[in-house]
Design a protein around this ligand. Structure first.
Ligand SMILES: *Cc1c(COP(=O)(O)O)cnc(C)c1O
Length: 417
């Protein structure tokens, strides 16, 4: 590991890194297995659907019969084991894709049951309040959530809540920026069985952000009716420049497509003048890139643990998403860590992150990201609100060497060796 000396600076820290690396062989082997399964699934889909250079071409105007767009959607559906998919540069973010699906599936008087605790921050304003007419609650949709129990989904409480036969039961696969565990595919399968048994009419919807390709199956392959995510996270492979996807049951996809564009028009329009090449290439590379970020996260957990921190998840825990959390000792350490991550980025390495107020947060937030694609969190980034217990969230990494260098440099800056 001598090539990391420039980042670690200190031979003692390098020895710690070596020890951290030596004990994660089994985790790396598991990641390689999942990667191989996913990579073969993706390659098989490209071959079966006869992807050709003509599909990468740009389109203009309405984009009727756009061959690139149609092929890309068929490809995502195939890879995700879903019957149908919408994959669009015009879905501006993961939140937009999730909101589009929710507004497409829910109507006045319906109930939305969120089964995995409090949703991801950006969904709070989608759920909204009765006094905001453009939100779910404002449109007369009832919202309930089931608190997390000991880090996991409370299945007994879920079984009870299913008695009201909610129109949509929603799960969040990733831990997000919370302290709960991520859902594994086995967890999702178990929840899907429960929902289908107790309330067969309910639609099971999964927020799949940060979860794609972390396991050999996706939620729609184990009973989810529909799922959505961001293309500047896992499935864009670091190359997709923007966009979101929604995949699942054709009847639901049709309804959602009328919300996405317009009733009557649905999925038939949508051009992309920049061309689809990065989407095809990104999906092709995604299993590999997700494996790189998982390797980076496992190493991070291993070395932070040896350095005396208590990372979550631990290096040998099963992961259902790419997020790694760790509590720092104080504000200074938090900032020093983020600055080292920034300094070891390929882009904006010279920038110095400063804590700043952020809309939606009560405390100042510090963020490190030196990404090719602005806001892309399949590229390495680290962020934290400045408040006890000083939890830092680290995610992504197109190449795991960058993650290792950044974390070693960060540990050095934090005064650990
Ligand atoms: C990132 C994320 C979102 C929102 O995605 P954006 O692209 O940031 O809007 C929603 N849910 C989870 C779990 C996420 O990780």
């Amino acid at each position: 590991m001598d090539y990391f000396l420039q980042a670690a600076k200190d031979p003692a820290l390098l020895a710690l890194a070596q020890e951290a690396e030596a004990r994660i062989g089994q985790e790396y082997a598991q990641i390689e297995n999942i990667k191989a399964a996913n990579q073969m699934k993706v390659l098989a889909a490209f071959r079966r659907l006869r992807v050709a250079p003509s599909h990468f071409a740009p389109s203009y105007g309405y984009g009727y019969d756009d061959p690139g767009r149609e092929k890309l959607e068929a490809l995502f559906a195939e890879v995700f084991g879903a019957q149908d998919a919408l994959v669009r540069p015009g879905l501006a973010s993961g939140t937009h894709a999730l909101a589009c699906a929710l507004f497409g599936m829910l109507g006045k008087g319906d109930e939305l049951l969120f089964a995995t605790g409090t949703p991801y921050d950006t969904l709070h304003s989608v759920i909204g309040s009765e006094s905001e007419p453009y939100t779910l609650k404002g449109m007369g949709i009832t919202y309930k959530e089931i608190p997390i129990k000991d880090g996991n989904t409370d299945l007994a409480a879920l079984a009870e809540a299913l008695k009201s036969a909610p129109r949509v039961v929603m799960l969040q696969r990733s831990r997000g920026y919370a302290t709960r565990n991520s859902l594994t595919i086995a967890d999702i399968e178990k929840i899907a069985e429960l929902v289908k048994r107790q309330s067969p009419q309910s639609i099971l919807f999964v927020d799949n952000c940060y979860g794609e390709f972390t396991d050999a199956k996706e939620p729609c392959e184990v009973g989810a009716d529909i799922m959505a995510g961001s293309l500047i996270k896992n499935p864009g492979g670091g190359l997709a420049p923007t966009g979101g996807y929604i995949a699942g049951r054709p009847d639901l996809i049709e309804r959602i497509s009328y919300r996405m564009t317009s009733p009557g028009i649905g999925r038939e329009v949508g051009s992309y003048a920049a061309g689809y090449l990065p989407y095809f290439q990104g999906l092709y590379l995604a299993p590999h890139v997700v494996a790189e970020s998982l390797k980076g996260a496992v190493f991070t957990a291993s070395v932070l643990d040896l350095a005396g921190f208590a990372p979550s998840p631990r290096y040998n825990e099963k992961r259902g998403c790419i997020i790694q959390a760790v509590n720092m000792e104080n504000e200074n350490q938090l900032c020093a860590f983020c600055r080292a991550v920034q300094a070891w980025s390929p882009v904006d390495s010279f920038a110095r992150p400063e804590p700043a107020p952020m809309p939606g947060y009560e405390d100042p937030v510090i963020m490190a990201a030196g990404a090719f694609i602005q806001g892309s969190s399949i590229e390495l980034s680290a962020d934290a609100p400045l408040r006890p217990p000083y939890t830092l969230f680290i995610q992504g990494g197109l190449v795991c060497e960058q993650v290792k260098a950044a974390v070693l440099a960060a540990l050095h800056e934090c005064g650990h060796s």
